[in-house]
Every structure is written in structure tokens, then in C-alpha cells.
Design a protein around this ligand. Structure first.
Ligand SMILES: [Zn+2]
Length: 215
């Protein structure tokens, strides 16, 4: 009896240690950040162009609403919309044909390409070459605007919610958050977006913490 209690105590100590360790190891952030000139005000300050963002079922309102999901959250973000020539982030509508011709497959709703100077973080839509030695200076978000956001309907979000949520999800990548794999934790950064039970169409607590702990 005494011995088994000892085992239980040491097991729970191990569990606690693993929990503490994993909350550090699995912070939902990439290893790289934006260049310090973008964070000198104590917030990540970015100008976003929406000039070429609307297309297909993605209306201009969907795009601005997706950006507002982050503007309305209490985060260390300073986001403004600006002209294409002055922007640090461009949101671009891409037809399904062009998407396919780019080699981006047929099962992706959107894709964010981050740059360190002229160096592209991503080759294709899966491999990320950027690491802690990189500093981001520009990002492009490509929206596969003809792809239906019907999905498997596991979340109650409407198609409109989903389109706006996709814009917000991609902005999360631009803010250097990667996919949230935490089981049972709500996040806008779920890889399967609205086909994941814990996907939400606006930044959730964990997403906001990720921003505020890093900027
Ligand atoms: Zn994603």
C-alpha cells in the first residue's frame, strides 16, 4: 500500500513536469519574428493592403472583417490598411486555376508566404525554411477564392464566418503563429480550420496570449 502510493506520487510529479515542459516547448509560435523596426512601438505594427484581396465569394467586407477579428482582440497589434505600394502585408485573391498552376494542390483554402528580405520562408505550401536566424520584413497572403468553404460542417460557423475566419487564420501565420495542435483548446490556428472541433472563427484566448507574450 505504501509502495503504490509512492508510485502514484512520483507519477503525478512526472505528469506535472511534462505539463510544465510542454507548455513551454509547444508555444504556438514559429521561431522567427518580424524585424525589430516593426515592433519598436511595443506592438507589431503592420500596414495591410487589401487592394487585390477580394474575389469570388470573398467580398471586400469579408476581408476587412477578417482583419477586424484581430483589431478587435486585445492584442499587441497595430494594424492599418494601406495602399499596395506602402504595405508590409498584401492579401491577394488567386483563382483555383492559378492556384493549381502554382503547384499548391486542391485542398488548401489559403497560404501565407513570409519573406526575410528577398528570401521566401516557404517552398510550396508545406516546407518552411525560416528559423530563428530569420527576421520577417514582408508577407503575402494568397486566398484560393473559388474554393468552397463548405467543409465537413463540424463547426456551427456559417460560410461567411469561415471566409472571414480564414483571413484571420492566415493573418495569424503572418504574425508568426503556427498551427495549434493542443487537444481540446479553442484556436483560430487549427490546421484543418473549420473541420476541427476546436476551430473558432475569431482569435481565441490562446491566440491572443501567443501575440501578447511575443510582441
Ligand atoms: Zn494554417
Amino acid at each position: 500500500m505504501k509502495n503504490s502510493k509512492k508510485v502514484i506520487v512520483s507519477l503525478s510529479t512526472v505528469c506535472l513536469a511534462v505539463f510544465i515542459l510542454s507548455s513551454t516547448v509547444f508555444a504556438q509560435m514559429e521561431s522567427y519574428r518580424w524585424k525589430s523596426t516593426f515592433t519598436s512601438t511595443g506592438a507589431l505594427k503592420l500596414g495591410i493592403s487589401t487592394q487585390y484581396a477580394a474575389g469570388g465569394s470573398y467580398t471586400a467586407t469579408d476581408i476587412t472583417n477578417g482583419i477586424s477579428h484581430w483589431k478587435n482582440a486585445t492584442t499587441n497589434l497595430n494594424l492599418s490598411t494601406t495602399s499596395f505600394s506602402n504595405s508590409n502585408v498584401d492579401i491577394m485573391a488567386v483563382s483555383e486555376e492559378q492556384w493549381f498552376n502554382n503547384g499548391w494542390g486542391d485542398d488548401t483554402y489559403a497560404f501565407s508566404q513570409l519573406y526575410d528580405g528577398s528570401f521566401q520562408c516557404n517552398s510550396g505550401i508545406t516546407t518552411n525554411y525560416c528559423n530563428s536566424s530569420n527576421s520577417i520584413s514582408y508577407a503575402a497572403i494568397y486566398i484560393n477564392y473559388e474554393k468552397s468553404t463548405g467543409g465537413l460542417l463540424t463547426s456551427a460557423a456559417t460560410k461567411t464566418d469561415r471566409r472571414r475566419g480564414i483571413v484571420a487564420h492566415e493573418l495569424g501565420h503572418v504574425f508568426t503563429i503556427h498551427h495549434n495542435g493542443l487537444i481540446g483548446v479553442d484556436s483560430i490556428m487549427k490546421q484543418a480550420t473549420f473541420n476541427d472541433n476546436n476551430w473558432v472563427s475569431s482569435p481565441a484566448l490562446v491566440d491572443i496570449s501567443d501575440i501578447n507574450n511575443n510582441y
